[in-house]
Ligand binder design. Sequence first.
Ligand code: SAM
Length: 263
Amino acid sequence: MSEQEWVEKLESKPNYKLGQNFLIDSNISRKITKLVQGQLADPIIEVGPGTGSLTSELLKDNYRIKAVEIDGNLAEILNERFIDVPNLEIFNEDAMEFDYTQLQGPWWIFVSNLPYNIGTRLLVKLITEVPVIHRYVVMVQKEVGDRIVANPGGKEYGALSVLFKLFTESKIQFDVSKNCFYPPPKITSSVLTIQRETILDEETRIRAFEISKIAFQQKRKKVRTSLKSIISEDRLVELGIDPNNRASNLTPENYYDIAKDIL
Ligand code: SAM
């Protein structure tokens, strides 16, 4: 059966609020799956499998998969589609509430065509709370991908960029046109690979992210003002940071230095 035919099995219309834009172009599913590059022992956690377009490609490569889908109708379709597949466990749950401690080590790979409604929040949660996931292959809205990989000074640069620079090596691999989905979304999507290395000073890095959030909340102000409650102007100078800079001119390392200094 084609991906389109699996989507046609849905009894109700795709739910916009759950970000249900299904990938119906199998060439793109294959291209995404090729980026996984896991060892066969690396299990996969997939969020929002939908009708299973990515799942079926991943299974062709013999990965073991836990798939978390919030929509009960879709979970039923998945159970029907993959009835005889021992490598796949389907959880009809909210990925924001899922118990990620059941991902036992050593390494997990996260794969998802992320629903727009939880995409950014879920990535931040997993990067900061679930170190056992060491690689991500995700499809997000192009605008979110641009923010994740942005460099200091640019208009897309923000707290999200600081977080991903301090925890990961992230790369936009390719863009996907709206026509590859049913129903077509309003905007273009991007596929990213995100490599999360083992990190020894996670707490300091998380604190650096929190400080960057405070600075970007008042991004037109100079950091001597926006970060006044956190660090003095003199100390910024001692750390080699110009207090007259604004949030977007501080590098992730600058935020890290501040976090370390206020320990
Ligand atoms: N992987 C499928 C594909 O590529 O065709 C579907 C991707 S669709 C963009 C997003 C999927 O995430 C939908 O199946 C939707 O029901 C599911 N979803 C939305 N919110 C969710 C949540 N909080 N937890 C788990 N799944 C969710």
